[in-house]
Write a protein that binds this ligand. Structure first.
Ligand SMILES: Cc1cc2nc3c(=O)[nH]c(=O)nc-3n(C[C@H](O)[C@H](O)[C@H](O)COP(=O)(O)OP(=O)(O)OC[C@H]3O[C@@H](n4cnc5c(N)ncnc54)[C@H](O)[C@@H]3O)c2cc1C
Length: 283
């Protein structure tokens, strides 16, 4: 029998669906479709696009984020609000996040799977006792690290995407165990408690949101007119609390329907260009 040709892609970076790997699944989890999220007219999301080892519990989070990212772009395209390039940003934005998240999950899997117990661990001796205690401490540290990951869950970012308007500020460093809320465009909109005890997130609907931050009530006519001209549903959320202004670092912040900060700034003078960029249209 002829030997099967070997696939040059590292096993953790492939879902073996094509060429010499056809029909054979890759190793459990830790994979990324080589065809990306968008082979032709089909958009892949969730486990169809990336497979996770269960460590970290990140497969479903990542799948839902895919769907949230894709759905508003499809809606905008179907309603004629976006340029065709907006759909391309699905792959551009989600692929790095999937690779990031599968990478974190793989690290957790390796932390478990590559642990090598010493031979005496089963001995009823003081060294055996010591080995069991050391193993217990190791797995305790591992478990705490694996399930304390707000940075992975909330800290994913779309820096460099054409559907984000950068403002020249640097995002917080990517860290599994630390989430630093930041309104630097490209990341999750920072949570803020409202006066009535609700979260800002309870005020955000399924569409665009313009946050007007601080007590000075910045004019927003440009954004309201821009949204109306494009047929975009955009709600205005007033956050007069100075702490909200401080948290967001700007008078205005425009959130995409996936609750990612698309733009922030001082006034509405660039509203037309901001919408054009976020929707990948000619200005
Ligand atoms: C043991 C285990 C533990 C996990 N724990 C976690 C966790 O703690 N946290 C986390 O975030 N993730 C976890 N995951 C991963 C998570 O379950 C998946 O990443 C997630 O369900 C993927 O969602 P999906 O919609 O892409 O795929 P699925 O949930 O697999 O949905 C695909 C659906 O398509 C249907 N389907 C398939 N073929 C066809 C067809 N031809 N026609 C019609 N329907 C079809 C299937 O029946 C299924 O209902 C775990 C997974 C496993 C296996």
């Amino acid at each position: 029998m002829r030997p099967r040709p070997r696939c040059s892609t590292p096993p953790w970076a492939r879902i073996c669906r094509s060429g010499s790997c056809r029909g054979r699944p890759g190793p459990p989890g830790i994979a990324w479709s080589p065809s990306g999220c968008r082979p032709g007219l089909v958009f892949l999301a969730g486990d169809a696009a990336h497979l996770f080892t269960p460590t970290g519990g990140l497969g479903y989070n990542t799948a839902v984020e895919d769907a949230v990212n894709l759905s508003w772009k499809l809606a905008a395209a179907v309603h004629g609000q976006a340029g065709a390039a907006l759909l391309d940003t699905y792959d551009l934005e989600r692929r790095p996040l999937a690779i990031r998240n599968t990478g974190y999950a793989r690290g957790f899997a390796d932390s478990l799977g590559l642990f090598a117990p010493v031979p005496e661990i089963e001995d009823a001796t003081p060294p055996g006792e010591q080995a069991r205690r050391a193993a217990g401490e190791y797995f305790d540290r591992h478990a705490r690290a694996e399930f304390n990951i707000p940075g992975i869950t909330f800290g994913g970012r779309y820096d460099g995407s054409p559907a984000i308007v950068p403002d020249g500020t640097a995002p917080p460093p990517d860290s599994a165990h630390t989430y630093v809320p930041s309104a630097c465009p490209g990341g999750r909109a920072p949570h803020f408690w409202l006066d009535d005890g609700r979260s800002l997130y309870d005020r955000l609907g399924l569409d665009w949101a313009l946050l007007r931050l601080g007590p000075q009530a910045t004019a927003i006519d440009g954004f309201v007119a821009g949204a109306r001209a494009r047929g975009i549903r955009m709600q205005v959320v007033d956050l007069p609390d100075p702490q909200a202004r401080e948290l967001y670092g700007a008078n205005l912040a425009l959130l995409r329907p996936d609750q990612v900060v698309g733009w922030r700034g001082a006034d509405d003078s660039q509203a037309r260009a901001v919408f054009a960029r976020l929707l990948c249209q000619a200005a």
